[in-house]
Design a protein around this ligand. Structure first.
Ligand SMILES: Cc1cc2nc3c(=O)[nH]c(=O)nc-3n(C[C@H](O)[C@H](O)[C@H](O)COP(=O)(O)OP(=O)(O)OC[C@H]3O[C@@H](n4cnc5c(N)ncnc54)[C@H](O)[C@@H]3O)c2cc1C
Length: 270
């Protein structure tokens, strides 16, 4: 079924998109028309997040859509990912934030800088919406300026201790996993900025309660790990070659896109 919303396209950007990209865009567009727009006004007034849509979004492959299929993701390209976010944003900015924080700010750092074990453990659960992630950079005193950031991470024999405060953290009050930015050295050492990954539920981490509000408690113990954008991590990343996986949910989903795209193209030619 063609989506109700046809869009405005003064520069004919559509013609630059591939069949697959258009198919992805139209599917999400129709989903937004049918499932998000009719209910979002009421949710806004009542101050509720439409949690019931999370499984549907996962089923459509919207979380980490541009990450590889071997982790249960859709394996789409970055343009398709951008189109998905554009369509979600049309429906509701908060729902788009929910999906882009989950995919681009929580899943992507784990994919790019995490160990193989971390990727296998977390990414499939995040793609299926079973685990929700958040990303903690912004602080009450220094906003989103990492150089000014005062949150520090100190290594101990059991892992890391995070000390600091974050605010405006999308998904922070519901997330089970948080990618938190901190300085691993002295507060005035900008070279020591690192991202770490506390499991918010187990560690009862203050960042988990920090959605768009200042976190009250300031210390949090995390398992050993910082997933950091260091040079070593980037080198590790370049060694990871995603294996094709034809059996996963994400793979099946991506195949569905391709099949429906081909069918549509054949119909058009006929
Ligand atoms: C709904 C919502 C969700 C959010 N979710 C998250 C999240 O999940 N995780 C997270 O970490 N943060 C989150 N944030 C925080 C958000 O990322 C920051 O509020 C945003 O990046 C702005 O940063 P800031 O507060 O430091 O503002 P500032 O950097 O202080 O900017 C204030 C103003 O000054 C201007 N400005 C800043 N620096 C300069 C400069 N050098 N030269 C000229 N102009 C400048 C800016 O353009 C802006 O207009 C969220 C915020 C909102 C509103």
């Amino acid at each position: 079924m063609a989506p109700k919303f046809q869009g405005v396209d003064f520069y004919d950007v559509d013609s630059l998109l591939s069949e697959e990209e258009r198919a992805v865009r139209d599917t999400v567009r129709a989903w937004v028309d049918e499932n998000l727009i009719p209910i979002i006004g009421e949710h806004y007034i009542e101050g509720r997040f439409p949690k019931q849509l999370v499984p549907q979004m996962a089923e459509l492959g919207l979380f980490g859509a541009n990450l590889p299929e071997e982790y249960g993701c859709a394996g789409l390209n970055n343009v398709a990912y951008g189109l998905i976010m554009q369509e979600l944003e049309r429906g509701d900015s908060g729902v788009r934030s929910f999906a882009s924080v989950q995919g681009a700010l929580a899943m992507y750092p784990i994919y790019a800088f995490g160990s193989d074990e971390q990727k296998r453990r977390w990414l499939p659960k995040m793609a299926s919406g079973e685990v929700i992630g958040c990303f903690g950079l912004t602080e009450p005193d220094y906003g989103s300026n990492p150089a000014g950031m005062i949150t520090v991470a100190k290594e101990t024999k059991d892992g890391w201790v995070l000390n600091g405060a974050k605010m405006w953290i999308t998904n922070g009050s519901t997330a089970q996993i948080a990618v938190v930015w901190a300085k691993a050295g002295k507060v005035n050492d900008v070279e020591s900025i690192r991202g770490s990954r506390p499991r918010t539920r187990r560690a009862s981490c203050p960042y988990a309660r920090a959605t768009r509000a200042r976190s009250s408690s300031r210390t949090c113990a995390c398992p050993r790990m910082p997933c950091c954008p260091s040079r070593a991590a980037s080198r590790r990343r370049s060694c990871v070659s995603p294996k094709p996986d034809t059996g996963s949910r994400g793979a099946r989903w991506a195949r569905r896109w391709r099949v429906s795209t081909k069918r549509r193209a054949t119909r058009r030619r006929a």
